[in-house]
Ligand binder design. Structure first.
Ligand code: EPU
Length: 469
């Protein structure tokens, strides 16, 4: 029996216990009754999975509903624990959230009120979304209290861009022992903001604050991920005036009132890319229903270069291993339209099977290659260069970020017992265990339910051989 591996991302025992607690809470939120999955690997995953709305859009669309005077309807909402956290947070603020049918949420903000901080604090511990409540709450209540933020432990994940942007709108930010208290006694006023880096969250922060601020906001160096474009589409449906110029500049003309929206969330391209990598690593064949080509173009190019096959259809994309050797690649994570940081973790598992040396440069988060330690224990040949390999431009100012993983393949993966360190790393461990010969145990399973809907049922549908414990 292999030894249990603790992936040491530089976190201590307390953080390990925190991860286990987060995993248990997340599992409970989606009714997952197991902490671990015992996988008998070495079999290809074959079949169909359905991918619904993106975690990284749906959660923000729910927050946007706070800005409207009338109820909003969001469709294709996945059953993942992040959605249940945001639902509870909205309820704590007096928003009535109902689900008339599977995948549909009706969000009625007509009784928005101050929530008890303890209520929010208890919910927020495992999510990044609370920081995005600032703008809508400042407009509705003149005040927002933000607890310590959670989310995946993949780096420091500071919120300085968010707070600087809020200050530019005229908000006052006070740090207290409880968290951060943000007030706007004179309301918010449109501002000229240039982000030091095209941060997804900070761009959303500016959008959600600017749509009802007085005057025009100019946001330079904005993130333009498809999920952000979908959020802009939602805000426009609500009555907002937003336009874009080349070079990542977004203009927002504030309006007095917004109303509710009806919107189908953009598909989860991170989940789609994860199943694609699973097909490749297990010599499988997976049809990802709901996946679309345009938002995945950069991923599809890399998938093809590695030697994966895909077929774009009306209702989804089929991904498979066409046989023969896989080829090594050089990948550098980047903001859209570059190769997403969320795609590299599942892909690295497939790259352990490529013939030759692949290099993955992680330029977005400083700690997103730590998960590879467990893959090494499973037989992969991966060396992480924590200072990077060459002079990749530093995209996030003031911080040392570049890490590079050098993956030499092909190496046979063997079974191990591993603990999920974060959402995408966790899915990668599932893929590795499915590809490996022998019986592996993957624990802290709940963390995967933060972003992968019904993943256990999907594994069953794809013919995986496992037990939940
Ligand atoms: N950053 C700062 N200061 C800030 C904000 C960000 O230094 O105030 C840094 C971050 O520490 C990071 C970089 O900027 O090094 C990029 O962060 P960004 O703000 O773009 O990311 P995010 O909004 O926190 C979202 C997704 C992530 C995804 C990234 C990059 C959500 C809830 N999360 O995070 O998704 O990796 O954008 O595209 O939308 C995931 O789904 O597993 C996940 C981590």
């Amino acid at each position: 029996m292999a030894e249990t591996l603790v992936v040491d991302d530089g976190v201590n025992d307390r953080a390990e216990a925190g991860l286990a607690k987060d995993a248990a809470k997340a599992a409970e939120r989606v009714g997952l009754k197991a902490d671990s999955i015992v996988i008998r690997g070495g079999k290809p995953l074959v079949g169909r999975v359905d991918v619904r709305g993106a975690k990284n859009l749906a959660t923000k669309a729910m927050v946007a509903a706070l800005l409207g005077k009338t109820p909003s309807i969001l469709q294709d909402v996945p059953q993942i624990s992040e959605i249940s956290i945001v639902t509870k947070m909205l309820e704590a603020y007096g928003v009535a959230v109902t689900s008339p049918e599977d995948g549909v949420l009706v969000l009625d903000p007509k009784n928005v009120e101050r929530a008890h901080f303890a209520q929010i604090d208890a919910l927020a511990g495992s999510s990044r979304i609370p920081i995005l409540f600032c703008g809508p709450l400042l407009h509705a209540l003149g005040e927002a209290l933000i607890p310590d933020l959670g989310g995946c432990r993949i780096g420091d994940r500071p919120i300085d861009f968010h707070l600087d942007a809020l200050r530019a709108f005229g908000a006052i930010v006070d740090k207290s022992y409880e968290g951060i208290r943000i007030t706007a006694p004179n309301g918010l006023t449109g501002a000229n903001i240039e982000l030091p880096y095209p941060s997804v969250g900070a761009t959303e922060q500016v959008l959600l604050a600017a749509v009802r601020a007085k005057g025009v906001t100019e946001l330079k160096n904005a993130a333009i991920e498809p999920e952000i474009m979908d959020l802009i589409a939602i805000l426009q449906k609500m009555g907002a005036i937003i336009w874009m110029e080349p070079n990542r500049t977004i203009f927002i003309e504030g309006v007095e009132t917004l109303h509710g929206y009806s919107h189908r969330a953009i598909f989860d391209r991170n989940e789609a890319a994860s199943w694609a990598s699973a097909a490749l690593a297990t010599h499988g064949d997976i049809f990802v229903a709901g996946a679309k080509q345009q938002e995945l173009m950069t991923f599809l190019n890399v998938f093809r270069k590695v030697g994966g096959a895909f077929d774009v259809r009306e209702d989804g994309i089929r991904f498979w291993h066409p046989g023969g050797p896989l080829k090594p690649v050089q990948v550098e994570t980047d903001v859209h339209p570059g190769f997403m940081t969320d795609w590299q973790q599942p892909l690295i598992v497939a790259l352990t099977q490529a013939e030759g040396i692949s290099v993955v440069h992680e330029t977005v988060y400083e700690n997103r290659l730590g998960f590879t330690e467990a893959l090494v224990e499973m037989g992969a040949d991966i060396v992480v260069h924590t200072d990077g390999l060459e002079s990749v431009t530093r995209r996030v100012p003031r911080r040392k970020l570049e890490q590079a993983a050098v993956i030499t393949g092909p190496t046979k993966l063997h079974a191990a017992d591993v603990r999920v360190p974060d959402l995408r790393g966790g899915f990668s461990y599932l893929i590795a265990a499915l590809a490996a010969e022998g019986t592996s145990t993957v624990s802290n399973l709940g963390l995967i339910s933060r972003g992968y809907e019904h993943f256990v049922d999907k594994l069953t549908a794809l013919g995986a051989d496992f037990d939940l414990v």
